[in-house]
Write a protein that binds this ligand. Structure first.
Ligand code: ZN
Length: 228
């Protein structure tokens, strides 16, 4: 039995019900997706190739009659191999710190709880987040953040720091691979307690060496969303 951190406890207590972060899809339209190195059905799929990755996701969606394939918190992946953006450091950054929600480009992202705009940016290097929004929230006196990556360019139009959002507001839409930058369309959703100096950006994958620090600062989004 492990104990929850104060933030994890507050996220868990925020709602008993599933929170749909894409459109208003019910939980039955979501299906779990395993992109980890342990998934042997991926042995013959090059998930670093956008089309091959999309075909694999489409097959999972079709088989489960779902609109959204989701998963990936602390998943170890081969998705980032061969990308200069991730292999600059001594050991590979391949531990994923958020949850991904794979769905069609243009799908609307909804704010999961009240908050304010912290920062936004188009992280347009190949393999990065593309258009990204970070919100700030306060729950039980605890300040934390949520990051939304791989959005459309128009999602950033008209934004300003401090803009207020209510739970359920449409925040953004999912970007296409040319914009998101070079992935099958999906939302990268990550909870970040302490942003440090980051603006419109924060590491979404970690080396194994730094994983303990990042996993502590980035709790499982499912404490909030309850996608099970
Ligand atoms: Zn991701």
């Amino acid at each position: 039995m492990f104990t929850l951190t104060p933030l994890e406890k507050s996220l868990q207590n925020y709602s008993n019900a599933f929170i749909s972060i894409l459109e208003t899809f019910p939980m039955k339209q979501y299906t779990a997706l395993d992109l980890s190195i342990g998934n042997t059905t991926l042995d013959n799929v090059d998930i670093t190739n956008v089309e091959a990755c999309q075909r694999y996701i489409d097959s999972i969606l079709e088989k489960n009659r779902a609109e959204v394939a989701y998963g990936g918190y602390l998943e170890q992946r081969n998705l980032y191999n061969g990308n200069a953006h991730f292999s600059a450091s001594e050991d590979k950054r391949n531990n994923h710190l958020g949850v991904d929600f794979w769905a069609k480009a243009g799908t609307r992202v909804r704010v999961p709880l009240d908050g304010r705009l912290h920062s936004f940016r188009n992280n347009s290097t190949s393999g990065d987040y593309g258009p990204t929004i970070v919100l700030e929230h306060v729950l039980d006196g605890i300040i934390f953040h949520t990051l939304y990556g791989h959005l459309s360019v128009k999602s950033l139009h008209g934004l300003f720091v401090g803009r207020a959002y209510n739970k359920g507001d449409v925040l953004a839409t999912l970007g296409t691979p040319d914009i998101n930058v070079n992935y099958a369309p999906h939302l990268h959703f990550q909870i970040i307690q302490e942003m440090g100096e980051y603006q419109g950006d924060y590491p979404g994958v970690s080396t194994t060496k730094n994983l303990e620090f990042y996993a502590n600062n980035c709790p499982n989004p499912n404490f909030l969303l309850k996608a099970t």
